[in-house]
Design a protein around this ligand. Structure first.
Ligand SMILES: Cc1cc2nc3c(=O)[nH]c(=O)nc-3n(C[C@H](O)[C@H](O)[C@H](O)COP(=O)(O)OP(=O)(O)OC[C@H]3O[C@@H](n4cnc5c(N)ncnc54)[C@H](O)[C@@H]3O)c2cc1C
Length: 606
């Protein structure tokens, strides 16, 4: 199994030449970025390779253990976490005023890709700190902020996001956990399931953000509040006090990400209520959660990118060393490494092209998040906020789905060894799948895209972005055959997006089911074309660099070839996806419920 090496050259290309790190570094609050960018990326790459990567396989094999409510993480995880926290990685993108380093989301995104590529089981833990810090920054009282944010930023304590209940998964309107006021706090009772790092041995305290209902709260999503429930209560002087009544009843045995615990948590089972503190106003919990979800969903998209890149690195190394078969074209009877076989190269190119496309789309979205928060110009902030909000479900849904496919391709490159755990590639395949499930399944991302992003503003955001892609496609040309082919596919993609969006807009009012029946293909269409747009930009830049005699022409030639491959093999799917949406949506609902298993009836001689 190849060890993980961060793809620094491509990261640097995307950050500098596609996502505009120089512009981001000039925004108020990000002035330090230019001076620290390269050292931060190199340090992160070294940490990922030296500390996290060596624990990836052992963590998966050992998994976590539960014993009478206590959860132990795999050997080496605690030491790695302490090193991670001491090095200041938890607070990388947290505002300097809260003790962080205040670096842009664009830098954070690249670093996050490295943590997830090196060891996704580990990477989930600090990610959850980010969610808790953001919730407190957004809506916490001054007292809560002062007590909890510094210790979450330093990594002294970790966070957990506690939404899911047995009857409330995608539909959080069904949350039943109760919160009853008692003096300056609430008594929380109920059960949460599937909570990542809800209990562990890495830190002395764990800060749970819990969704619950206060008495007489309105039914549905408008009656959900958010509470901070520490595992250990914190005394007025900031020291740790009594154990709170939150206990881990067990951990799940899972398909992947075995190095992190997925916990069932009982609140208030022993005393009638765990102590919890209201964050913000009652009944606005889901609203706060949705604001935070942008960051969490973006992070899950990046997670898919990191895992897929690791799988590509392993598949490439294997393809270079595995000797099998002969080179068909040369007629040489000597056996060759499988990378000589066209189909293996097709698989490797398919991975390489889609990984670079995911990276380009995700980092460009991160840059928009930065501009949306920090630009001094309101119009710029608004434009980038709209773009980032539109792209978040696409980055989350398309990158996580694509990552799963690419990890399957990586297993295929390994042949039979890919199916054997010893090769290590099977772990990537298992680890990748969760990305399309948690933080809202792909189906839920697609509903968000259609309902909240496409239809809510009458298609204005979608039309604006499609217009930008079309305007860019018009600038492509100059006689280079690769650029010409990329332009042709991008133009088809523009037509497909326009037609599919218009079809959904025209049908949503009269037939809501038809409008969402192909919402996942619609999300994929956006992923394929928006990432194709970024690959086309990369190709245009690469062609110009090559023409100007850039000293790194080899990198730019590879980029141009990869973008051409993407156009022919991935972007060309746009017509097929458009067809599914415009012509195929009706067939999704046509079969009655009983029609799904008519073929299981006993044989009937008609
Ligand atoms: C390993 C792991 C870690 C997790 N970590 C956390 C955590 O830290 N905190 C937390 O709160 N939760 C966590 N979860 C829970 C996770 O967020 C949920 O599992 C997820 O949101 C899906 O909910 P569900 O499992 O109830 O599936 P369901 O909601 O039952 O969905 C089942 C299927 O139905 C589809 N579906 C459901 N409703 C609709 C709809 N309206 N329209 C279209 N399709 C629909 C879904 O897309 C899915 O395909 C974790 C889960 C796992 C497995």
């Amino acid at each position: 199994m190849a060890s993980y090496r961060a793809p620094l050259r491509d990261m640097s290309f995307v950050m500098r030449e596609l996502a505009g790190i120089d512009e981001i570094a000039e925004l108020p609050g990000f002035e330090e970025t230019a001076g620290v960018l390269d050292p931060v990326l190199v340090e992160a790459a070294n940490f990922a390779a030296a500390v996290l990567d060596p624990l990836n396989v052992s963590g998966d094999r050992a998994g976590c253990t539960w014993n009478d409510g206590e959860v132990a993480t795999p050997a080496g995880f605690k030491a790695a976490y302490l090193q991670f926290a001491q090095a200041g990685w938890v607070g990388l993108a947290v505002a300097a005023g809260h003790g962080g380093q205040g670096l842009p989301q664009l830098v954070f995104g690249a670093v996050l890709e490295m943590w997830n590529g090196a060891n996704v089981g580990f990477a989930n833990c600090p990610l959850l700190n980010g969610g808790a810090i953001e919730a407190l920054e957004l809506a916490g009282s001054d007292a809560l902020k002062q007590t909890y944010i510094p210790r979450l930023v330093s990594g002294e304590w970790t966070g957990a996001m506690c939404l899911t209940e047995p009857q409330a998964g995608s539909d959080l309107a069904a949350v039943r956990t109760k919160a009853v006021p008692e003096g300056d706090h609430y008594k929380i009772s109920g059960q949460k399931i599937f909570i990542t790092f809800g209990e562990h041995d890495l830190t002395p305290n764990i800060i749970h953000l819990v969704l619950a209902r206060v008495p007489d709260a309105p039914a549905g999503t408008k009656g959900i509040s958010m509470f901070l429930v520490p595992k250990i209560l914190v005394d007025a002087d900031g020291t740790l006090g009594e154990r709170n009544d939150v206990h881990c009843a067990g951990i799940e045995h899972k398909l992947g990400i075995n190095a992190n615990p997925t916990c069932t948590l009982n609140y208030g089972e022993k005393s009638g209520g765990a102590t919890g503190y209201l964050i913000g106003e009652a009944n606005r919990g889901l609203e706060y959660m949705f604001i935070m979800m942008n960051a969490a969903r973006f992070a899950v998209g990046i997670q898919g990118l990191g895992i897929a890149d690791r799988a590509y690195q392993s598949a490439l190394a294997y393809a270079k060393e595995r000797i099998q078969g002969r080179d068909m074209a040369s007629g040489n009877p000597q056996p060759v490494a499988i990378i000589r076989h066209p189909d293996v190269r097709r698989m490797l190119m398919s991975m390489k092209a889609q990984i670079e496309a995911m990276r380009a789309l995700a980092y460009v979205t991160a840059a928009s998040l930065d501009l949306a928060h920090k630009s001094p110009h309101e119009a710029v902030r608004r434009r980038h906020q709209a773009f980032a909000e539109f792209m978040i479900p696409i980055v989350k849904g398309w990158c996580s789905e694509t990552a799963t496919e690419l990890c399957s391709t990586a297993v295929q490159v390994f042949g039979g060894m890919g199916y054997i755990e010893e090769s290590g590639i099977a772990q990537q395949y298992r680890d990748a799948k969760i990305g399309s499930i948690y933080e809202g399944t792909t189906g839920i991302q697609a509903l968000d895209l259609v309902g909240r992003k496409l239809l809510r503003d009458g298609g204005a955001s979608a039309t604006d972005i499609v217009g930008k892609i079309a305007a860019f496609a018009a600038t492509l040309g100059g006689g280079d055959p690769d650029i010409g082919a990329i332009k042709a596919e991008l133009e088809k993609g523009v037509t497909a997006l326009g037609d599919a969006s218009a079809w959904i807009g025209a049908n949503a009012g009269s037939d809501a089911n038809a409008a969402v029946a192909c919402s996942v293909p619609y999300l994929k269409l956006w992923g394929v074309v928006a990432a194709g747009w970024q690959m086309a930009r990369a190709a245009q830049i690469a062609a110009a660099r090559i023409a100007a005699g850039d000293p790194d022409a080899a990198f730019y030639r590879a980029k141009l070839t990869t973008a051409r491959f993407y156009a022919d093999h991935v972007l060309s799917q746009s017509s097929w996806l458009q067809h599914q949406i415009v012509s195929g949506s009706a067939a999704v609902m046509r079969l009655p419920d009983e029609g799904y298993d008519l073929d299981r009836r006993a044989f009937v001689n008609a």
